[in-house]
Design a protein around this ligand. Sequence first.
Ligand SMILES: Nc1ncnc2c1ncn2[C@@H]1O[C@H](COP(=O)(O)OP(=O)(O)OP(=O)(O)O)[C@@H](O)[C@H]1O
Length: 869
Amino acid sequence: MAKDNTKETPLMQQYNAIKAKYPGALLLFRVGDFYETFGEDAVKTSQILGIVLTRRGTGPNGALELAGFPHHSLDNYLSKLVRAGQRVAICDQLEDPKMTKTIVKRGVTELVTPGVAYNDNILSQKSNNYLAAVYFDKNTLGVSFADISTGEFLVAQGDVEYIDKLLQGFKPTEVVFQKSKRKEFLELFGDRFYTFHLDDWAFTNDYANEILTKHFEVNSLKGFGVDKLQTGIVAAGVVLHYLNETEHRNLKHISSISRLEEDKFVWLDRFTIRNLELVTSANDNAVTLFEVLDQTSTPMGARLLHKWIIMPLKELKPIQERLGMVEFLVRDDRLLQEFLGHIKQIGDLERLISKVGLQKVGPRELCQLKKALYHIEAVKKIAEEAKNPFLSVLAEQLNPCLTIREKLERELQQDPPALLIKGNVIADGIDEDLDRLRKIAFGGKDYLVEIQKREAAITGIPSLKVAFNNVFGYYLEVTHTHKDKVPADWIRKQTLVSAERYITPELKEYEEQILGAEEKIQQIEIRLYNELIYQVAAYIKQIQLNAFLIAQLDVLLCFAQLAVQSHYVKPEVNKGKDLDIKGGRHPVIEKRLPIGQEYITNDVFLDNDNQQIIIITGPNMSGKSAILRQTGLIVLMAQMGCFVPAKSASIGLVDKIFTRVGASDNLSSGESTFMVEMNETASILNNISDNSLILLDEIGRGTSTYDGISIAWAIAEFLHTHPNAKPKTLFATHYHELNELANTMSRIKNFNVSIKEVGNKVIFLRKLVPGGSEHSFGIHVAKMAGMPPKLINRANEILKKLEIDRTEGQSIKDSIKKVQNQAYQLHMFAVEDPILVKIRDTLNNLDVNILTPVEALLKLDEIQRIVKQ
Ligand SMILES: Nc1ncnc2c1ncn2[C@@H]1O[C@H](COP(=O)(O)OP(=O)(O)OP(=O)(O)O)[C@@H](O)[C@H]1O
């Protein structure tokens, strides 16, 4: 940027002053019909948006870069900038350029950051866009999540593990925390978040209480049930502070704050959320549970489903309510279709009403609100008539907001444009001035014809004409024949051969009106529209409640449709301790199998008295992980209130689900993978209860066999002998040595995923059957993967040798040494490829001493042809 102040124009001085106020942000500076960027911002903008970069002037620091785009493209370009990780300050003209003689006043009207966005182009419809604030107190951490696009505002506090789990589940797009805690944040939560730091002063109790009570216009936060969460409240205060800092001051739609009630939801630690691929997947091709379940009809329904998946319920009553409701809908397809017909028309009511709060709602969106309210009335009626307790409560709570709907119906044009400035938004008959001006601006001809007719009648001049020219505007033309009938107050302007032209005060006034009409129309429309938004804003709470109720119904309808289409059954959830799944399936894998291939169902039974831990052995690829995961997913789906992929399922309420996968499956940077695995496992062992479900998949494989077996053994023993808890556990392992555990531990049982060996081939039967395995079949899988036959034979030889030596009591070290010595003699990797053999023979048969250059070339050609074959 040119620093030469003597040459700085007033515009650039204004730009620099504003730019300095928003460090770190890219400034979009409105100049006339364009948003301009300058200097480094321009370079970045042109790169991200692919727009032209120009240079202007030559100051001491070189030319100043410029890049700009028309103001109406803002939505589109803004989303690209924010998605590219930019914080974007939008600087608008704060007064009408026509009204001022000096430089137009400008100011930042919004700072858009990844976590603070409501623009439809930036947001994903099906997931929330949370801004999170984290506050590091002494021993506790506070966290708060807000989605400015939906008005949701949540608060929680707890230890690092809890906060970490919440961050994993809510996936905020931006996390704000204290400047002084940068190192701690990175150490505890890694670098997977877009972060921003604020000065520590904003992180105090007093400040948070002040800003929150002021926002909600209350004396204390007691009414929201969050007053005890002092650490969490600090984080919530920071969220509001940050929203203010980013120029988001119209936040009426953030109408309450709620506590995330840890004790109401199943504890899914962050590894479980990730390992079960509930809402995200490490692998781009993999399908998540969310994707398989999502058949919702509205974006808010999809977002609620997302939450239900990561927060399954722990209390029996609400689970049974949801399941009962799904059952009711499954049994009444006509009702289900009727609901769907209306719900599909409601759209994203939650985000729409937030835009009303933010005062950023467009006319077409208000029209959609009207439509949504109409369909809500219909849903209410159907729910009322359905004779179901849940639906009756829903009907009671749904509020079609008739007064405001009728107002919208009356005051908005039937099919208004998306943008207010396009005009023709407010209906006719609402404002007298508006009607008159419209008549003038758009109904000019009629008005003139009226004048013509009227004056002709009064004066008795039948040939009277009204016309317009550029010299003196509108005039009345009278032929000489009728000249003497012209009234005295007409002003003669021009005499032609056959006629005279006159103007009248009325015509002059009309002319002025028509010239200013369009501008006035716009002003009136803006005023009336803003009044309308203001009135709609009074209904934010009711409409938010409507949105929430419709989202709930939407998810339940989605569950009902799934149950029918995917043959899910109603699980029996109870307060017992047994887990009894018959004919269970993996909801995601079963959908991904190639056509013609059927998913093999499996039974899993676990209890606290006889079969607390199941050790599952079986070859690689046999389906061990699938059984573990489907068990976790079935429990989780049942406690979400969803029917499950099984023949039957009886589920004693589970309070926590832990999943651990052997280290080589989740590589983490920096730390040794084995270390990660052990850390993860340690956290389970400290948190288990009698109602927990633990899924351990090949724990211990990240280290040497002996270490691995020892650790896996110790973990199983620990879970079996824990004095206070008997968590139900599925333990998949390659170490068939672990089968020995069942001999001494009464509640450990061995199962294996069956296979059939035909000759030296393995056929996967994928059935879980009682009993252990003799060996681990890894070599069979290597063979299936296409390893060279010679290598496979050798591996089998080594395996046999090791097994014999071990039964004869020899140490593994000695026997490996023996095997090594043999290895070199056997020339494991001797050349065997027929092409290489041919080349080798051709070369061996050559006598280089007698070869002429031409012969050499011919030989080379021969070799090349062999290779090309
Ligand atoms: N019950 C089943 N019916 C049909 N196909 C299945 C079944 N279980 C698993 N599969 C298929 O087999 C593949 C391998 O299953 P899975 O990953 O569970 O094996 P694994 O025994 O855990 O293997 P590894 O030990 O190598 O991790 C799955 O991706 C799926 O395609």
